[in-house]
Design a protein around this ligand. Sequence first.
Ligand code: ADP
Ligand code: MG
Length: 262
Amino acid sequence: MCKVISIANQKGGVGKTTTAVNLGIGLAAEGNKVLLIDSDPQGSMTISLGYKEPDSIEYTLSTLLTEVMEERKLSLTETIIRHDEGVDLIPANIELSALEINLVNAMSRELMFRSIVEYLKAEYDYKYIIIDCQPSLGMLTINALACADSVLIPVQAAYLPVKGLEQLIKTIGRVKRRLNKKLWIEGILLTMVDSRINYAKDISRLVVDTYSDQIGVFKTLIPVSVRASEISAEGSSIYQYDPRGKAAAAYRTLTEEVISHA
Ligand code: ADP
Ligand code: MG
């Protein structure tokens, strides 16, 4: 069984990419075969994993999407990169933004990712596929939601944007009704929590009060950490860069929480 988790929030800078990388590598460290898919034309996840110039990578998610649109065989072996921390990566670069525009005219435009994921499930034995979404509710994010089993929503604790969350949750509901019945919300993850300020509990409570019956909030809180903010430039996970730090500990706990959701 393979579980596909999309990491989404149309707000930028909330910790999506950091969470995708460290949850993915955390799951791999627990013995699971993991594929990370970068679905952001900025290529932030690709860069975070050490590929500093995504625009010079030849085979990317755009290659696969073009192949799906043209009904050609997918170049999976050429596209999948093995990272030395035990995960595989389908990288992304700026070509993806042009492709998103072409998608609008494609047949079954919301289900392009699903075709790719179905191929991957048939040919590889991944236990988890983690998709890092771009900060928008555009066609790429709809695709990521339409092919996922669940969606994990990182929210920056200091600025709980209840309005923005409503829009995201509405979109998730729409995708669930029209495209993907099995989609559920894995949970809201509070990131960049400052333990010196006691609002994390208030925010947790606010989220629970606002959305409780529909949406869970992860018990794990990701603390604000200078070390965590440095890893994207390092090209490694928090486990490698600062294994004994509080952010590594938090991402390990998050990994266990996700595994416990099965
Ligand atoms: P998104 O993918 O939602 O845009 P990122 O994961 O790229 O968010 O994080 C946004 C910024 O915050 C990045 O500069 C990142 O290095 C930094 N960051 C991420 N997690 C933390 C954290 N726990 N503490 C401090 N800074 C963080
Ligand atoms: Mg990002």
